[in-house]
Every structure is written in structure tokens, then in C-alpha cells.
Design a protein. Structure first.
Length: 66
């Protein structure tokens, strides 16, 4: 069983690919070495997705090709 990490201490940074408008606001946290939490900056108290580093790297590589 997987436990959800406590993200209350996370330091978030906006993706450099977010355009600053109302539609593209993704934030990631580098606070946890073995996890990559991702959230919608328009809903900072909402849920976050949590990826392993390998899965996040694969996602970013795929997205960069699009």
C-alpha cells in the first residue's frame, strides 16, 4: 500500500513552460528527492499528482516531443 506524502512543507516552483495566463499553470516541487509532486497553481490547496523521478522524466521527454 502506498501512502500519500505530506506536501505541506513542499516548496513549489512554476514550470518555465507555463505562459502565466489562466490556462497553463503547472507547479512542481523539488523538496522530496524520491518524488516529484505536481499541482495546478490555480488550486494550490487542491490535489497534487505524485510521480517517481523516472516516470516524471519520461513524461517530460514525451511532452517535449509534442
Amino acid at each position: 500500500m502506498s501512502r500519500t506524502p505530506d506536501l505541506s512543507t513542499a516548496t513549489w516552483r512554476k514550470s518555465s513552460y507555463s505562459d502565466g495566463g489562466d490556462n497553463n499553470c503547472v507547479e512542481v516541487s523539488d523538496t522530496f528527492p524520491a518524488l516529484v509532486p505536481v499541482r495546478d497553481s490555480k488550486a494550490p490547496t487542491g490535489p497534487a499528482l505524485v510521480f517517481g523521478p523516472g516516470a516524471w522524466s519520461a513524461f517530460v521527454a514525451y511532452a517535449a516531443r509534442r
